[in-house]
Design a protein around this ligand. Structure first.
Ligand code: ASC
Length: 154
């Protein structure tokens, strides 16, 4: 009787331990997805008003544009650590599996984003006019699009 109780207890502890271990894994993966999406949300929040100014939907404000360009450049190297292997289908991830298959291409686009957002922040610094940032802005948008086309679910 005692022995059986001990066995059951050991079994229950083992199960609890397993549940805890997989629970921890899931939550680390979920945190990684949440983190990368949060950074992209912050980028989009700052990029959106820049798009609106570029399109003439809101009045041009060179100082605001410069501030937002600076923020996007600062954020540009942050999402990538959230792309933890095995998280393509975790939470509300929109990453395609190819992120972890064509890492060379994914990393090239990361560098391109860093370079182009830095160039945009540079062009915008001090509150430039719209014409002075147009080309650099277009380049950033092209990088966003290339990466979304290949690596993000629609
Ligand atoms: C945006 C936004 C993006 C990019 C991309 C550019 O405004 O949220 O992800 O521009 O659409 O092609």
């Amino acid at each position: 009787m005692l022995r059986k109780t001990a066995l059951v207890t050991a079994g229950a502890m083992l199960l609890a331990g397993t549940a805890l271990a997989s629970g921890e894994e899931a939550s680390d993966a979920e945190k990684a997805v949440k983190y990368r999406k949060a950074v992209f949300t912050a980028m989009g929040h700052n990029f959106g008003p820049m798009v609106a100014m570029m399109k003439g939907k809101v009045a041009w404000d060179g100082d605001e544009f410069a501030t937002r360009a600076e923020r996007v450049a600062d954020l540009a190297d942050m999402p990538w650590e959230g792309f933890v292997e095995g998280t393509a289908d975790v939470g509300n991830s929109e990453a395609k599996a190819v992120v972890w298959e064509d890492t060379a291409k994914f990393e090239d686009l990361q560098s391109q984003l860093a370079d182009r957002t830095a160039a945009l922040a540079e062009a915008a610094s001090g509150g430039a006019e719209r014409q002075a940032v147009g080309q650099a802005f277009k380049k950033v948008g092209e990088t966003c699009k290339s990466c979304h086309d290949d690596f993000k679910e629609d």
